[in-house]
Design a protein around this ligand. Structure first.
Ligand code: ADP
Ligand code: UDP
Length: 237
């Protein structure tokens, strides 16, 4: 597989064309950002950890019947993926209240959400990723009614699989963000699943093991990601 021009450099990953028009290479960088890119730092080993972590999770999801873009790990910090026509919304499921929902609705952090709740956000840093609903998505043509339904169903299916995976390894899956795209007429899971885009708490202590350590300046960010990987049995070296 030949790596060609850089197509896009995001806040944490860079995307490259390949000699196959249907495939891309994603480079996981060490850049770590929060607050819509206002806080940025380089964290040693993070690109490698997230690349391998994501490949492991995508493998588990594929095994459970959720189609993903992941094709292969190419190196420590690069993966080969199917090129998707990305739908510009973030799909968030929350099992426990934390982060923006606590600020927006004034609810207690740590409250169990039964049933788990679902939110859509528009991917737009300049507008600070505003929350949008199904009607916005359809009216502005970001996705069809069927695609909206598929994104919701797939995001909840991921919850079933991953809540159990993390629970078995002594962790609570508090919330997470997924991105989907179109591929040969199907809606499939793209982007990444790593501690950069979810909240994970230790079951016994409720210690944070995710990007909130970076957002809140708690330190030990990559060490926490490595701890999560270790508990799940992700091979890092
Ligand atoms: P951001 O764009 O939010 O700064 P990243 O740094 O993670 O995020 O950049 C990765 C970009 O690649 C994101 O815009 C994401 O939507 C996009 N992307 C992820 N997977 C695919 C894919 N399979 N095909 C096309 N684009 C993708
Ligand atoms: N999230 C993300 N990218 C974003 C916004 C949120 O990966 O641009 C993830 C975040 O890590 C958390 C979940 O989505 O796991 C819900 O985030 P929230 O709405 O609470 O926003 P935050 O306070 O984290 O910015």
């Amino acid at each position: 597989m030949e790596k060609r021009a850089e197509l896009y450099a995001g806040k944490a990953k860079s995307v490259y064309a390949t000699d196959d028009a249907d495939k891309l290479i994603i480079h996981y960088r060490n850049d770590t950002s929060a607050f819509d890119g206002e806080k940025v730092e380089q964290l040693e080993r993070k690109g490698m950890v997230n690349n391998k972590f994501n490949a492991f999770i995508m493998g588990k999801l594929e095994a459970a019947g959720v189609e993903t873009h992941q094709i292969a790990l190419l190196s420590d910090d690069e993966s080969l993926v199917k090129k998707l026509d990305m739908i510009p919304v973030e799909c968030v499921v929350r099992n426990i209240a934390a982060g923006s929902i606590v600020r927006r609705l004034g609810v207690q952090e740590g409250m169990d959400l039964n049933p788990p709740t679902f939110e859509f956000f528009l991917k737009n840093d300049a507008l600070h990723d505003p929350m949008v609903n199904d009607y916005h998505i359809r009216s502005f043509g970001w996705a069809s009614e069927g695609e909206v339904a598929q994104m919701k169903a797939l995001t909840f299916k991921v919850n079933e699989v991953l809540k159990k995976l993390f629970d078995d390894a002594g962790m609570l899956l508090v919330d997470y963000k997924l991105e989907f795209g179109r591929y040969q007429g199907r809606v499939i899971l793209g982007d990444e699943f790593s501690p950069d885009g979810c909240r994970l708490w230790d079951k016994a202590t409720r210690n944070k093991l995710d990007k909130d350590r970076f957002r809140q300046g708690l330190g030990g960010v990559v060490e926490a990601y490595e701890e999560v990987a270790h508990r799940l049995g992700v091979k890092l070296d």
